[in-house]
Design a protein around this ligand. Structure first.
Ligand SMILES: Cc1cc2nc3c(=O)[nH]c(=O)nc-3n(C[C@H](O)[C@H](O)[C@H](O)COP(=O)(O)OP(=O)(O)OC[C@H]3O[C@@H](n4cnc5c(N)ncnc54)[C@H](O)[C@@H]3O)c2cc1C
Length: 269
């Protein structure tokens, strides 16, 4: 195990307090209601958690962003899996912009997801393309100065509430590309909101793209870079998904232990 740095220890101490006082007390209710908790989102911006993977000038963690993200996600997941997923997906959604965006794109969108406190969602999965990312059917057709996006994205975490999307679409027969898309853009609509067994406080939505006119400037990297960006994003996020699972199991063991030590059976705890 990598020993947390002094800065990480301070962040984790603050986070543990916030989890105990503000997240754990509402976790069961959030799960029961199945609604997104904006108070917790605000808390994550206040604590600087949503900013962890951003560049330093946007309050990011320049040294060890992924490790810091994993530590925080694990801690939050001990009390509330939906809140931990909220943090994870903000990092996943912003990764294409961070890794492939040019300075102009970063200057335009990073202030919105840091000081502007907007959520950014990751629109890759489709009804017939999950693990097999290359099977996506969404298309981005190039016209004069624009791309026209069409397709149906499923299971998009925060899909119905994020202001910005990272969208993967086909720009050629075997060519995938990422685009930054504003949710307010004409042609974007929200479809089915998933009723889930778990992560119920996390918004999981279908997002429909119908002739969405996206400026050419919103292409991230070069045409055809999309698959590599998606794979690099998975490389970044898989340890964080594992940290989330670790946190959920640690939380479950802790709750079970507390209960076992508390209840009386056969005359003793
Ligand atoms: C809560 C939640 C939030 C999500 N959020 C997002 C999001 O924000 N953005 C987004 O784009 N997507 C999101 N997803 C979708 C998620 O990324 C997909 O569910 C995932 O990629 C798997 O795709 P699938 O569900 O189609 O399963 P499949 O790809 O059909 O896989 C089903 C099972 O088969 C296994 N499998 C698949 N291929 C093979 C193979 N070749 N060999 C052996 N085994 C195989 C898989 O491991 C899995 O166990 C979310 C999903 C959930 C449940």
């Amino acid at each position: 195990m990598i020993e947390p740095s002094e800065e990480q220890k301070i962040l984790l101490d603050n986070l543990k307090r916030a989890v105990k006082e503000k997240i754990a007390p509402v976790a069961a209710e959030t799960d029961r209601k199945g609604t997104f908790n904006w108070d917790i989102a605000s808390l994550f911006w206040d604590l600087g958690l949503f900013q962890i993977t951003l560049p330093e000038e946007y309050d990011g963690w320049p040294q060890t962003p992924c490790h810091t993200l994993c530590l925080c996600i694990e801690e939050i997941a001990k009390a509330c899996a939906s809140s931990a997923l909220m943090l994870l997906i903000q990092a996943v959604g912003s990764f294409p912009l961070l890794s492939a965006g040019n300075q102009k794109q970063k200057k335009k969108y990073l202030p919105r997801i840091s000081q502007g406190r907007e959520l950014i969602a990751y629109l890759v999965t489709e009804p017939a393309a999950g693990s097999d990312v290359q099977a996506i059917l969404s298309t981005a057709r190039r016209t004069h100065g624009h791309y026209i996006l069409n397709g149906r994205k499923t299971f998009a975490t925060n899909g119905a509430i994020a202001g910005i999307y990272s969208v993967l679409a086909k720009t050629g027969e075997k060519e995938l590309s990422f685009f930054i898309v504003d949710r307010q853009q004409e042609g974007v609509s929200i479809g089915k909101i998933e009723e889930k067994c778990g992560f119920r406080g996390s918004n999981t939505a279908e997002v429909i793209l119908e002739d969405v006119q996206v400026p050419q400037d919103n292409l991230l990297g070069k045409p055809g870079d999309g698959f590599a960006i998606a794979m690099m994003d998975f490389d970044m996020s898989r340890p964080a998904v594992a940290a989330l699972a670790l946190g959920i199991s640690a939380g479950a063991v802790s709750y079970a232990l507390d209960y076992a030590m508390d209840r009386i059976t056969f005359g003793k705890p």
